[in-house]
Design a protein around this ligand. Sequence first.
Ligand code: ZN
Length: 77
Amino acid sequence: MDAPPHVIARVRGEYARSERDRSCHFFPLPQDSTLPSVLRAYCGFDIMPGQAEALDGPAGMPCLRCLMAAALADSSV
Ligand SMILES: [Zn+2]
């Protein structure tokens, strides 16, 4: 079974300052195994790995722009 091409994460509660921070964003997995200093969601939202909370699935309010982009990414593989 193939791993999903993206991870779902949101800003941890103590770092979230806006509704956008609290939504779940979809992040394309880096092609190499090194962790980038900042993760960029499909919608352009940046998150520091140390402030990210990875989720097993969408929880709370998903970012609609990320949802659309992730759906397109899924259908292209
Ligand atoms: Zn997003």
